[in-house]
Design a protein around this ligand. Structure first.
Ligand code: MN
Length: 237
């Protein structure tokens, strides 16, 4: 897969608590949370543990879930050791590809999207309070975008002793475009705008356009994205 990465502190935050990774068929976006740079530490630990655990392994659901559990346990233990880090955690959106399949693991409100045949679809469900309210019909998706508690996530890596990750599997298709991103992008840029940016333009131009749009709308959060293009064939990168 061809990969383009962008991460930006945004316009109002002083530190970037998102973390991003790309290598050997594995792509990660993590959005850390917690005071005093604890979020940055949590997101960095998630990337370190997952990339280490999955290196040189063949993609499989059990291996992926056990690596997620390991990352969760390591962050949770680290948070318990220092009072300043108490409650730290991170979202995780992971994409892991072999020759024929893509696995996605999801915790929190970062997202994976797939553009296939000109149609964009969100492949993950947000683990957030507003997403639950939308699912049970209490509020509309439009109301969710401006809801005062729109940043409240219901699952995170490292905040509890155990974590329940969603896993999705897809068959790869040549020319598929995948987007992994933190909520600093999706809170500023609509799905229609994401679809427009991903359609047609070269990958790097699409990534630049999405980042510029998020910044132009205010950039009130850290903005991170991994954009992938499936070139087909057996190679991972
Ligand atoms: Mn965020």
């Amino acid at each position: 897969m061809k990969a383009i990465l962008r991460t930006d502190v945004g316009k109002t935050r002083t530190i970037n608590e998102d973390a991003v990774f790309a290598g050997e068929g594995l792509y990660l976006v993590c959005d850390g949370m917690g005071g005093h740079q604890a979020g940055e530490i949590a997101a960095g630990m998630a990337v370190e543990v997952l990339s280490g655990a999955l290196k040189k392994k063949r993609p499989g659901i059990r291996v992926l879930l056990s690596a997620v559990a390991e990352a969760n346990a390591r962050i949770f233990a680290h948070a318990g050791e220092r009072t300043g880090l108490h409650g730290m955690g991170t979202t995780l959106t992971a994409l892991w590809a072999d020759e024929r399949h893509v696995l996605i693991a999801q915790v929190g409100d970062s997202r994976a999207y797939l553009l296939r045949g000109g149609v964009l679809r969100q492949c993950t469900h947000d683990h957030s309070m507003v997403a639950e309210l939308v699912r049970n019909g209490s509020i509309t998706p439009e109301e969710a975008r401006t809801h005062p508690q729109r940043n409240l996530i219901t699952r995170a890596l490292g905040t509890q002793s155990k974590v329940d990750a969603d896993v999705f599997e897809f068959a790869r298709q040549q020319d598929d475009r995948w987007l992994l991103c933190s909520d600093g992008l999706t809170s500023m840029v609509s799905d229609a705008e994401i679809a427009a940016a991903l359609s047609g333009a070269p990958l790097a131009d699409a990534a630049d356009r999405l980042l510029e749009q998020a910044l132009a709308r205010g950039g009130t959060d850290n903005i991170t994205l991994v954009l992938l293009e499936d070139e087909g064939g057996a190679s991972h990168d």
